[in-house]
Design a protein around this ligand. Structure first.
Ligand code: S3P
Length: 188
């Protein structure tokens, strides 16, 4: 599968449980591109797990490591990058993504209850600091939604297998990742 030369990287965004890592790894394999999970990149730099960074240094320290990891990797080509669910809370990251050339940013969307259910089914659910803060979940979800929605494309993943989500992303890429809003505008 080849993608138009105008696209050199795909960035997946969305809340925890959206499937960014699973889908991202499968997509990268299909494209013959590299896959990078931002959380893994942060853990490698810090020499600590995400949970340890939150517990020992706090969320703010984690967010700056996260912003650095995105910045450092945004110039690489043939890359599928899965962002952490909170990466778009950081304004500099939002700016980088909004102005990044040859980059297709895709929001993997699902209702909050589906996302929480998926997270709880994962073996490392207990290690997710943001999931542990149940009261804050809805607030975070709602405040992040407008940022997620600024991606060029939104794919609703509810009821879809990871393979089906990959197939939709491949369609988006084959179409040159023309943004949802541009398409809507053209049909009105
Ligand atoms: C977070 C999501 C996690 C990870 C960290 C914080 C968040 O990434 O970056 O636990 O704030 O939503 P995933 O979305 O890949 O689980």
């Amino acid at each position: 599968m080849s993608v138009p030369r105008t696209i050199r990287r795909v960035v997946l965004t969305g809340f925890m449980g959206a499937g960014k890592s699973t889908v991202g790894a499968m997509l990268a394999k299909t494209l013959g591109w590299e896959f990078l999970d931002a959380d893994t990149a942060i853990e490698a730099v810090a020499g600590k797990t995400v949970a340890e960074i939150f517990a020992q240094h706090g969320e703010e320290a984690f967010r700056s490591l996260e912003a650095e990891a995105v910045l450092k990797n945004m110039l690489r080509g043939n890359l599928v990058l899965a962002l952490g669910g909170g990466a778009l809370e950081t304004e500099s990251t939002r700016r980088i993504l909004a102005s990044a050339a040859q980059t297709c940013v895709i929001f993997l969307d699902a209702p909050l209850d589906v996302l929480v259910e998926r997270c709880l089914a994962q073996p490392y659910a207990a290690e997710r600091p943001v999931l542990a803060d149940r009261d804050g979940l809805l607030r975070r979800f709602n405040s992040r939604l407008p940022h997620y929605r600024s991606a060029q494309h939104t794919i609703s993943t509810k009821g879809l297998s990871p393979e089906a989500v990959v197939a939709r992303i491949l369609d988006v890429l084959a179409g040159g990742c023309i943004s949802d809003s541009a398409t809507k505008g053209a049909t009105v």
